[in-house]
Each structure stands twice: as C-alpha cells, then as structure tokens.
Design a protein around this ligand. Structure first.
Ligand code: LLP
Length: 418
C-alpha cells in the first residue's frame, strides 16, 4: 500500500495534487510520501514485535538525510556501507549504537571513523578486513564489536546483479572460514566477535531462501557451539513493482519468527527497499513525442541518469499519467517512454500502453523510492533532480535540483591551459 493514488482523474501524493507540486518544482523530481515511508517501517516493526528486533534501514536504498531522519526519529537504526553513509547517518542524528556497517571494501580511514563514532557492529566480510579492524582498534586502544558476514550459499531467485547469497559472489565468508575465525579469536584481542550476519540478495519475493539461509546459519552455530549475541538477517524483502506477489511483513515474520525465537539471539533486520521503495516516485514531463515506422516514443525530461534501474536491470517501473484526460481513456497506445540521454539503453519503460501523451504532460514513474535518486548520476552533465517530501499536508523540498555550478564544483583547469 502507498499514498500515491488517483482522486478523480488526478494523481495525488497523500492529500496533495502532484500537478500542483510540479507547478512549483522543476521536473524531473523525486517525490516521497512520509506517511508511506513510516507505514512500511511500522508494519515491519509490528510484524516482528514479539522479538523487538533492531531495524536498521539500509541507507544505500535512499540516503537523503530527511528520509533517514524520519526513520531515525521513529526508532530506526541504520545499515551503512561507506564513510559517506556514516556522515549522512550522523547528520540525520542516528544513534551510533544502532548503526551496522557492511561492505567488502572498507578503507582504513572509514574503519577509524566508524570506531571513533562508536557504531554497534562492523559486519566483516574477509579475514584481511578482520586483521585491519584489529590493527586500527589496537592503535586507538579500543574494543570493537564485529559480526561475521556469512555467505550461506543459497540461491535467491532475483536478478543476478542483486543476488548476494550464492557461494560464488564476493560477499561474506564460507562456513569453514567462519568456523576458523571463531576458533582463533585470540588473534583479535581488540575485537568482540559477537554476531553473525547474512544478506542474501535484494527484491526477493519468496520466503524460501530466507528461511533456508537462516536455518543454515543457526544449525552451523549449534553444530560448532559458537556463541554469539546477535544475528543480523539482512534485508532483501521484495516489493510490488508490477505483478509480483511478495511475502508481506506479517507472512515473512510468521515464517521466520518461530525459528528465530528458538535461537534466543538479538535479531537485526536491515531492509531498504521494503521501507523506501513504494514511498517514492519520479515525476517527469513529456518534452516531445515522435512516431517512427517502428515505434512511438514519448520523450521525457527524466532519464537513466535519474533512474537507472530499467537500463541496468531491465527493471519494470509502472508509469502512469499524473492527470488522466477525460477523452483519453479509450485512446491508449503502445509507446516507449525514453529519456534525453544519448544511449539507446536510456529508457524508463518500453511497450507501455498509455493514453495519448502530449508535450507538457506529466508522468509518474512508480516505485522509485529505493535505488532511484541514490543511484542517479550527472551523466550527460545533467544536474541531479530535486527531492520533495509530502509530510502532514505540507510539501518540503528535501534536496533542491542541482545547478550547473554544482556540476563543475571541485573541477579546475591547470594554469598551463589558461
Ligand atoms: N544489507 C546489505 C548488506 C545490502 O547490501 C543491502 C542491499 C541491503 C541490506 C538492503 O537490501 P534491500 O532490503 O533494499 O533489498 N540497486 C539494486 C539493489 C542493490 C541492493 C544492494 N544491497 C536495485 O536497484 O535493485
């Protein structure tokens, strides 16, 4: 469920007409519903209330500091993957004791910053990383909590680029190595190896791989009598983009709660998309239409630099007109919605049935709240889009559209070329 709905023939965000927002904010822009964001977070929290897990929102899915603040203010922790995300987490006022830090390539300076910040856990992905954290913790005279990321070698049915739990990916460590690490804890006097972590992939709509991975880890811990306090079961819950039928928070909890309860561990969840995905859309304007012998193109002002998921993963995002014209319902036509970028892969949707579009019409690209703005770029020297949040009847610009000056900030021409 989300708060982008038609009332009459106009698309609204909560109680506000999107066309009215587009009158004030230059397109393309990202638009978020605070209510939807919070609803999804609360749904998960409620479904798991029997074990009160720590829910660490995955910053990489949507890292705007207003979005982070909204969740943090309501009790969420954060899952980070870089020094930049730690910086954002702190600006959002996150409690460091609710921050977990994953990623296969943490730099020494990033590790040092996170130790100084006093985060809850490093989710460690290699033995060399463990050595690095030990070395840095010793030099700072600190003891640091770490969790070992296990690669449980399960096959999540999702796009290969976002499947992480298979044995052949770069993520986590195999059971044998993890066993070895727990047996050689004396090597790490400055580390408390107190947790295990998994994250098997993203946009996973079926519960089987989660259950399989959780069971594999728990039986491993039992078999080798490994004692840890925390089990981070990752993120990855899929959402509805088109015809998916993902497990709800309730069904997911029903399935894994009995297993987790028996384990008597403090559970951490780190969802991104489940919370932010359907909380945001991309609003874009039609610049031109073009009919060729083979296709009808609707050329819009948003492209792969704003939302790369269709180009990168052939991901499907529903596209709807922001205003449905009275006379247009019958005259739907098959079109490709494409952006202004000089690549044939630059599209937002192909073979879509849309009412006849005209210059100046607005389109909403749905389900763009996760990995939308966060993966946007300045390709083709396009300023990045504004981000707007509707909250309690008000419209807030939470990131202004970039300017041309923003595009070249930090660049310089050597004196010799002047
Ligand atoms: N935890 C870790 C360690 C992760 O790597 C990720 C996502 C998450 C949690 C959150 O996963 P989520 O709940 O959002 O599925 N750009 C891709 C998704 C990449 C996901 C990367 N890791 C996309 O647009 O589909």
């Amino acid at each position: 469920m989300h708060e982008f709905t038609f009332k009459g023939n106009e698309l609204y965000c909560e109680d506000i007409k999107i066309s009215a927002i587009a009158g004030r904010v230059p397109t393309p822009f990202y638009l978020y519903s605070y209510k939807t964001l919070l609803d999804h977070y609360r749904k998960l929290r409620l479904a798991f209330s029997a074990i009160s897990p720590l829910i660490c929102f995955s910053v990489k899915s949507n890292s705007n500091i207003a979005i982070l603040r909204a969740l943090v203010k309501n009790g969420a922790g954060l899952d980070i993957v870089s020094g930049g995300e730690l910086y954002r987490a702190r600006l959002a006022g996150a409690d460091p004791k609710k921050i977990v830090y994953a990623g296969v390539g943490k730099r020494p300076d990033e590790i040092e910053d996170a130790i100084n910040a006093g985060i809850l856990f490093f989710n460690v992905e290699s033995e060399e990383e463990l050595d690095a954290i030990q070395r840095i913790a010793a030099s700072l005279e600190r003891r640091v909590n770490v969790a070992i990321r296990i690669n449980p070698d399960v096959v999540p049915r999702t796009h290969s680029h976002i499947a992480t739990g298979k044995g052949d990916t770069k993520f986590g460590l195999d059971f044998e190595t993890v066993h070895k690490i727990f047996n050689s804890q004396w090597r790490y006097p400055n580390l408390n190896i107190r947790g295990v972590h998994i994250h098997i992939g993203s946009q996973i709509v079926d519960g089987d791989p989660f259950e399989e991975a959780i069971k594999k880890v728990l039986s491993f811990l039992k078999k080798y009598k490994i004692e840890v306090g925390h089990f981070n079961i990752g993120g990855g819950l899929g959402i509805i983009y088109s015809i998916e039928n993902p497990q709800t928070a309730k069904n997911f909890a029903k399935r894994v709660l009995p297993i987790l309860k028996r384990a008597r561990l403090k559970i951490i969840l780190e969802p991104g998309r489940f919370i932010s995905g359907n909380s945001g859309i991309l609003v874009t304007k039609v610049l031109y239409t073009k009919i060729t012998p083979r296709n009808t193109f609707v050329i819009v002002d948003g492209g792969m630099s704003d939302l790369i998921r269709p180009s990168l993963y052939t991901a499907y995002h529903k596209i709807v007109p922001v205003k449905v014209k009275q006379d247009s319902a019958q005259t739907c036509e098959k079109v490709d919605v494409v952006g202004p970028i000089c690549e044939s892969g630059d599209y937002l949707g192909k073979d879509r049935f849309l009412p006849m579009m005209r210059k100046g019409d607005l389109l909403a690209v749905m389900g763009a709240g996760a990995y939308g703005f966060a993966m946007s770029s300045n390709y083709n020297s396009r300023p990045r889009a504004a981000e707007v949040m509707v909250m309690k009847g008000k419209v807030h610009i939470i990131r202004r559209q970039e300017s041309y000056a923003d595009l070249v900030r930090g660049e310089s021409i050597p004196k010799e070329l002047k």
